[in-house]
Design a protein around this ligand. Structure first.
Ligand code: URA
Length: 432
């Protein structure tokens, strides 16, 4: 394989052979091809696309570029979920122990927040003592004992994705459905899964701004994952307002604890979590004709899911005294600053992207991977799209260290005179 001819092929809208794709990406993983040639190929692929076989080939190259989990000896169905990211999305923190309490193994590899979205690992790290970065053998040991573990991606897993993603980031080639597909599915396929559930979000707080773009991505993710032999279902969910009541790190852990203890059952956060959990159960136990919704509700209300969560975080370094007093151990900033409605009417839009950015400016998130996070900063949103409100009513509260100007936050809530219809958070399910 000649790299120049390989680039020409994509430039001229031709199809690559499997062998050439494997050679090109294998060589790049081993630093035998320079970044400038791969960057040029990325732009050609961005502009001219990849067909299904090429997408699968690139995904395989990502998977095979590094280490993988082998969990065959764990005699449970292995199921994970992946979300394309949003604001206030903490479903993983509930799903992992909830599914583990039903004897499903969840080898969940999560990420950190970057840009306007938060990350599951950062939220978890607001729990004093927790370690999400463990040796692979320790992750496996915790999965053997408790059925699930919160994992961070190690450098040994999918090094090709790490290199490609950094290059895409600086060459305007991130927003490509085939490249995103290979990146996401490549990482997930290293977890030795039987099934995968995807939460593909659309809206102002999501990566994909429109429903149609999210549907195209969902279809591509499902086709590729299935092409690699893993049962996959995608839910398309609305991210035109933050998910749930809280945004921030400690506060999102508290909101997750509430749900794990059977509270907070009337929210979009609950609806998305339960829909994902139900799909995970169906995929884990395809032959069992059970009322999964009822079983899941019981696991939350009878304390099993919360107990599982405590056992897992205890195994990940959280001291027994902290586990016994978890809510009070979380750092929470001392001051509450009210955000008031600028006029009477109905909330017609909430700019989740802008809220996410403003929270990053307050240090609840990070702009660069090296930035430090203030775990105690948060935002509580009381009113949602479709709610009727009065001028000056408190619609949200910032949880911060000192008084601050709230105009920028207030402007994230659009209020109109006419009533606004509330929309469903789950818009479509894609299985094939
Ligand atoms: N998330 C990923 O892991 N990869 C992408 O390419 C985009 C989002």
């Amino acid at each position: 394989m000649n790299p120049v001819e390989f680039i020409m092929e994509k430039r001229d809208k031709k199809t690559h052979s499997k062998e050439d794709m494997h050679s090109f990406f294998n060589a790049y993983t081993n630093d035998e091809i320079p970044d400038y040639q791969v960057a040029t190929w990325l732009m050609a692929a961005f502009l001219n696309g990849l067909n299904t076989d090429e997408k699968i080939c690139l995904t395989e190259a990502v998977i095979n570029s590094g280490d993988r989990f082998n969990l065959k000896h764990i005699n449970k169905p292995k199921v994970d979920k992946h979300s394309t990211g949003g604001v206030g999305d903490k479903t993983s923190i509930v799903l992992l122990p909830l599914l583990a309490s039903l004897d499903v193994c969840v080898p969940m590899m999560s990420g950190r927040g970057l840009g306007h979205t938060g990350g599951t690992l950062d939220k978890l790290e607001s729990i004093p003592g927790i370690t999400v970065q463990l040796p692979k053998e320790e992750y496996i040991r915790i999965m053997e004992e408790h059925g699930a573990v919160f994992m961070a991606q190690t450098t040994a897993i999918t090094p090709l994705d790490k290199k490609l993603y950094s290059l895409r980031d600086v060459t305007a080639t991130v927003e490509s459905i085939p490249l995103i597909t290979a990146s996401i599915i490549g990482k997930k396929m290293t977890e030795d899964l039987d099934a995968l559930i995807l939460d593909v979000k659309f809206g102002n707080g999501a990566f994909m701004k429109t429903f149609d773009a999210a549907r195209n991505l969902a279809q591509s993710l499902v086709d590729t994952s299935k092409g690699l032999g893993v049962k996959t279902t995608a839910l398309i969910t609305d991210m035109n307002e933050p998910l749930g009541e809280y945004i921030g790190n400690s506060v999102e852990i508290i909101e997750s604890i509430n749900m794990l203890q059977g509270q907070n059952v009337e929210s979009r956060f609950y609806d998305v979590t339960m829909a994902l959990a139900k799909r995970m159960c169906h995929s884990a136990f395809p032959k069992a004709e059970k009322n999964w919704r009822k079983i899941l509700e019981e696991k939350l209300s009878n304390g099993d899911a919360y107990e599982k969560f405590l056992k897992i975080i205890n195994a990940q370094g959280v001291k027994t005294e902290t586990v016994g007093n978890l809510r009070d151990s979380l750092p929470i900033a001392e001051k509450r600053v009210q955000i008031k409605a600028v006029q009477s009417g109905f909330i017609s839009a909430i700019d989740s992207y802008r809220i996410g950015r403003l929270m990053v400016e307050l240090k609840a998130g990070r702009m660069k991977i090296t930035d430090a996070i203030d775990f105690g900063i948060g935002l509580q949103i009381f009113r949602h799209i479709g709610d009727e409100i009065k001028a000056d009513e408190v619609i949200a509260e910032l949880i911060v260290h000192s008084e601050l100007e709230t105009d920028a936050f207030a402007r994230c809530f659009t209020i109109q005179d006419q009533p606004v219809k509330k929309t469903e958070v789950i818009r479509e399910v894609i299985r094939r």
